[in-house]
Design a protein around this ligand. Structure first.
Ligand SMILES: Cc1ncc(C[n+]2csc(CCOP(=O)(O)OP(=O)(O)O)c2C)c(N)n1
Ligand SMILES: [Mg+2]
Length: 581
């Protein structure tokens, strides 16, 4: 080696790197592309360092929404988004997002700054036992023992978030580690973790599942968001068509096969669940959303074939007839092999199909009738009918609220997998704007021109309403619809509200469900330079929606006034509907 070369090498060894840069480089090495957060001591430098390395940083207005956004990126891209939060209250604000991600089985990596280690237990600024705090809401919660340990801890956190059943992970970064500078050469980056290994089900269980399905008299396929996450759309679609089976998506399973597919029995959901004798669950859990798989919503003798990535899920609440443990895409292909070898089709002229078709027809007729009512103020069905008319087929639909989400889900169609994001398994209000921001940021990168429609109840909107500023700051392609009934589930019109206040102070007189009548939520959007509309009639809604969709230069918010006492159509089963969340 020449003298000048060795001198150069010596200088490089002396080059110092701060912890913040090591963290950013380790994240980049693990394939992280998106970071959402709120900066503060000691994490601000991490956000700068991430941007320098080409990781997109989206500054949000509250850690809760930032965490929802990061988790949605995980679901959409199958690499965890990072939520960067400051110590103490910043981290605590992110806990709902971690819990929500874990409940939804979405990968997420939260990085929390924390106080200097030498000040722990002394009453340091924003001091909190953060690793312990996060343990309950994550798969993995740890702190690197030194700056040199950062790359391996981050690799482990990213890997844990996507391997097995995906979920939230937490890495704690004390201020002294973030700020410490060490020689570049003392840091060894760990190679990007391998993609999750693809596990397959036991061959004899696959044979048994095929045989149970062949003998079904009233079969049903249920497609959950686990199938969406596993990118199993092609295989599940093929199975449904090849075997001519009726299918039902769970809320976020919508779009794995398009909602307008002739085999979709979503419009006869209760009937399909109640009378199916064999049900294949593709990444759908028998939790409250599926009424625990128990009577009276299901037959007592229903045979479940459970396909899931997580062994601990198998057998929850009901003893399944067959369990297929493995990657949903790979296992569905195994099932397809069985039906390729010995072809089988469920007879399309069966009584079961007839029952389901009749029920769908009658349910659709009731929905249509409600939608066609032209009395004012509008009802939910009229609103969603007009929205559905204009919805671009490839748009993301984000939704939350009680009636708004429940009714909207039945009318608004999804045609693509992973294009519906809602309050999910945890029933969390406040996720909508964060999810919409995540979808819009990903869409900008992957599919420019794609729109995000975010359908919010007026209460749901309030939880993270100021993220409208974030939407405007980054000029994201989002159309926000606030379905405004002046309340939570139901509200009151301005006259009734005024009358009620005559009975005393609002803290006693106003029903807990009520919100301020005729609130002008659209002004939140105009305050930050976006387009805002206040609509009261179907014609105004049609016009403003087409203007909003046509204007790709600005986000917009349409505040849609509806009848405050409007509800769902009569239900066969009232208990444990989605409105109870
Ligand atoms: C974090 C959180 N807080 C409270 C609730 C209880 N909750 C369920 S739905 C809902 C809001 C429903 O009202 P809105 O969004 O206006 O929809 P609507 O039913 O009126 O259409 C609330 C507060 C919840 N699910 N999550
Ligand atoms: Mg409401």
């Amino acid at each position: 080696m020449s003298e000048s070369n060795s001198a150069e090498r010596g200088n490089r060894d002396e080059e110092q790197v701060p912890g913040a840069k090591v963290i950013a480089q380790a994240l980049k090495t693990q394939g992280v592309k998106y970071m959402f957060g709120v900066v503060g001591i000691p994490v601000t430098e991490i956000a700068f360092a991430a941007q320098e390395l080409g990781i997109r940083y989206v500054g949000m207005r509250n850690e809760q929404a930032a965490c929802y956004a990061a988790s949605a990126v995980g679901y959409l891209t199958d690499r965890p988004g990072v939520c960067l939060v400051t110590s103490g209250p910043g981290l605590i604000n992110a806990l709902t997002g971690m819990a929500n991600a874990n409940m939804n089985c979405w990968p997420l990596l939260v990085i929390g700054g924390s106080c200097e280690r030498s000040q722990e237990t002394m009453g340091a600024f924003q001091e909190l036992p953060q690793v312990e705090t996060c343990r309950l809401y994550s798969k993995f919660s740890a702190r690197p023992s030194s700056i040199q340990a950062i790359p391996s801890i981050i690799e482990k956190a990213v890997r844990s978030s996507i391997y097995g059943r995906p979920g939230a992970c937490y890495v704690d970064m004390p201020a002294d580690i973030v700020d410490l500078k060490v020689n570049v050469s003392s840091i060894k980056y760990v190679e990007c973790c391998m993609p999750p290994p693809v596990s397959m089900a036991d061959g004899s269980a696959v044979c048994m599942a095929a045989s149970v399905l062949r003998n079904a008299k009233q079969p049903l396929i249920i497609i959950g968001k686990g199938a969406a996450y596993a990118r199993a759309e092609e295989a599940v679609w093929k199975l449904v068509e090849q075997c001519k089976l009726p299918f039902l998506p769970t809320p976020m399973g919508k779009g794995v096969i398009p909602d307008n597919h002739p085999n979709c029995v979503g419009a006869a959901r209760s009937r399909a669940l109640q009378f199916a004798d064999v049900i294949v669950l593709f990444g759908a859990r028998l939790n409250w959303i599926l009424h625990f798989g128990l009577p009276p919503r299901f037959r007592p003798d229903v045979k479940f074939i459970q396909v899931d990535i997580c062994a601990e899920e198998l057998g929850n609440n009901v003893r399944p007839a067959v369990t297929l443990l493995g990657d949903i895409n790979a296992v569905t292909k195994q099932l397809l092999e069985q039906f390729d070898r010995t072809p089988w089709q469920y007879p399309p002229e069966s009584k079961w199909w007839k029952t389901l078709r009749e029920k769908m027809k009658s349910n659709e007729a009731v929905t249509k009738e409600l939608a066609s009512k032209n009395s004012l103020p509008m009802n939910y069905f009229t609103v969603f009918y007009h929205v559905q008319e204009q919805l671009p087929k490839d748009c993301f639909v984000v939704s939350e609220g009680a009636n708004t989400m429940d009714i909207g889900r039945t009318v608004l169609q999804n045609y693509l997998p992973r294009h519906r994001l809602d309050a999910g398994t945890f029933g969390t209000m406040g996720v909508g704007l964060g999810f919409a921001i995540a979808a819009a940021v990903v869409a900008k990168d992957r599919n420019p021109g794609q729109r995000v429609i975010c359908v919010e109840g007026d209460s749901a909107f309030g939880f993270s309403g100021l993220e409208v500023e974030t939407i405007c700051r980054y000029n994201l392609p989002i159309v926000l619809l606030v379905v405004n009934n002046n309340g939570i589930y139901q509200g009151f019109n301005a006259d009734t509200w005024k009358e009620m206040l005559k009975f005393g102070d609002a803290t006693f007189a106003a029903p807990p469900l009520s919100l301020l009548p005729n609130a002008h939520y659209e002004q939140v959007m105009t305050a930050f330079g976006g387009k805002g509309y206040f609509v009261q009639t179907p014609e105004e809604l049609q016009k403003c929606l087409s203007q909003s969709l046509a204007d790709t230069t600005k986000p917009s918010l349409i505040n849609i006034m509806i009848e405050p006492q409007a509800t769902r159509k009569p239900q066969e089963f009232h208990w444990l509907t989605r409105s109870n969340i």
